[in-house]
Design a protein around this ligand. Sequence first.
Ligand code: GMT
Length: 378
Amino acid sequence: MRIGIVCYPTFGGSGVVATELGKALALKGHQVHFITYSQPARLDFFNQNLFYHEVFVPTYPLFQYAPYELALSSKMVDIVKFEKLDVLHVHYAIPHASAAYMAKQILKTHGVNIPVITTLHGTDITLVGKDPSFEPVVTFSINQSDGVTAVSSSLRDETYAYFQIEKDIKVIPNFINLEKFKRQKKEHFRMAISPNEEKLLVHTSNFRSVKRVEDVIRIFAAVRRQIPSKLLLVGDGPDRPRMEKLCRELKICHDVRFLGKMEAVEEVLSIADLFLMPSEKESFGLAALEAMACEVPVVSSNAGGIPELNIHGVTGFTSAVGDVEDMVKNALIILKDENLATFKANALARAHEFDVDKILPQYEAYYQSVINEQLALL
Ligand code: GMT
């Protein structure tokens, strides 16, 4: 197949999933064309089947807001026609689904029928999409897509609950490349961080309020009172300065490291004993899956799609959002020497269920079914 992928090219979950999907499809022999405003962060290797087309938005003094969506639609029209694409797969409803709708209508006038598939990732539905500034466009462009997928049953149900959706939404979960995300031998690194065999807790996120990083710090502070331990925080974002201040107030700075944005997260996960994800909203929780693939159990909230990944009492525990006390109790159970190895093994076994080799065929089959449906309508 010749597939166009539109996504945010950043390190965010939707961009990562879209890029890893494109890479995996290319390795299986499909021709994949990324259409984005800059090179996707994870598009980091050469393959003859991978192409990148940059969307350029001209600046003009009259524009207070550069019309990115129009430039994106125009680029989609151009690439679909020139590269003879079979399907356009857009990740994140805003503004990609509506830009794809516009491209599809323009292409119709050129005698080209391009099937459009929209994948909902979470915040496009649970946070921004519901805002009255966007809701009518989000509803319309989901309904106008030829196929719609969501990354968890929870996100599918929430989409039906908050928007007037007439389309079937297919659930295809996030996936993991187990070649990249696996526990590596990093003893020297562990020795440097935990010289006295302290337990190692890890959190990775974009430090937005929805991630509740304050809960991470408070869980760690309570765990540390019971067991010698250290906390590694990967990522960066608006809440980081407040979190650094909190660590000072709690006098735990010497046991907490802010590592900032890191590309090789799997190296940090390789030395971890426990991953913390107390998010207020989380449609799937890709960061937790990455941890589990590196044999790290998870203490999380039960928000959104997290319980579809983190099995309570098996791969870790889930608690009500904000219930720091329960999360501390659960962390202490996992970190007990007699329990840790079992939780680690269970986390890895669960991650194997989301192996890219298992999930990729679901996308391929879905593309084919949407293409066939469109052909039948002609
Ligand atoms: O988690 C984020 O803040 C990034 C966000 C995004 O929109 O890129 O990730 C969302 O999509 C990921 C991939 O499908 C999911 O694994 C994350 O759970 C989801 N984040 C939220 O729902 C908050």
